[in-house]
Ligand binder design. Structure first.
Ligand SMILES: CC(C)(COP(=O)(O)OP(=O)(O)OC[C@H]1O[C@@H](n2cnc3c(N)ncnc32)[C@H](O)[C@@H]1OP(=O)(O)O)[C@@H](O)C(=O)NCCC(=O)NCCS
Length: 183
């Protein structure tokens, strides 16, 4: 049974109203780019997104957008890495429109990405996060990510990145964690 039955369907009910999570397409980039440009000191260019979307076609990436009232309010992506010791998924990016934060949108998108990673046979997922992004770190901890290392001066050659890992995402225990987050 699906852990997240709402993936690619409407999420109805308070407080989100109706959030629709669907695969990112090039047509979404006109809405994605202004959100991206406001999110980071050094944001991804449109050509980076286009290149990532090309990789979706090859099956090595997954990008989703969250839409409310037919407007993009957030997006998130995964990079799949095959590994003989167990396939992994890397969270490449996740951003929510500043006007829509703290409404659970990133949580819903991460739930959808988790289901995608598990369906793809991944046994772990990982990400890098700015050391100063305490809110994002808190969000990731909820999903079971734990700090595993630091990449010094990773961002703009000045800010450290915390490397976080979450293992055993294929297990019953992790499915229970996701169910609790989904509810
Ligand atoms: C990080 C980000 C994606 C979170 O999106 P969001 O939709 O607001 O997150 P959610 O509403 O799902 O938050 C879930 C939980 O995460 C934690 N959290 C998220 N943002 C937080 C913040 N700014 N401060 C403290 N805790 C925060 C809280 O525990 C929150 O639960 P609560 O609202 O019940 O307290 C969003 O702030 C963002 O786009 N930031 C800029 C881009 C960025 O830094 N992305 C991360 C790259 S690694």
């Amino acid at each position: 049974m699906s852990v997240i039955p709402r993936f690619l369907t409407k999420v109805d009910g308070s407080p989100l109203g109706a959030l629709v999570i669907e695969p990112m397409r090039r047509k979404h980039l006109r809405y994605v780019m202004p959100i991206e440009e406001g999110a980071y000191p050094k944001s991804w260019s449109r050509s980076v997104f286009e290149s990532e979307l090309d990789q979706v076609r090859c099956g090595s990436r997954c990008y989703l957008v969250g839409c409310m009232d037919k407007r993009v309010v957030g997006y998130a992506g995964l990079w799949f890495v095959d590994d003989p010791d167990g396939n992994q998924a890397h969270v490449t990016n996740i951003v929510v429109d500043p006007d829509r934060r703290r409404q659970g949108i990133a949580t819903q998108m991460l739930l959808a990405l988790a289901e995608t990673a598990i369906t793809r046979g991944c046994v772990a997922w990982t990400l890098e996060v700015r050391a100063s992004s305490e809110g994002a770190i808190d969000l990731y901890r909820r999903f079971g990510f734990a700090p595993a290392g630091v990449r010094r001066r990773y961002y703009e050659n000045s800010e450290d990145a915390i490397v976080m890992w979450c293992h055993d995402i294929h297990t019953h225990d992790y499915a229970e964690r996701l169910r609790a987050l989904a509810s």
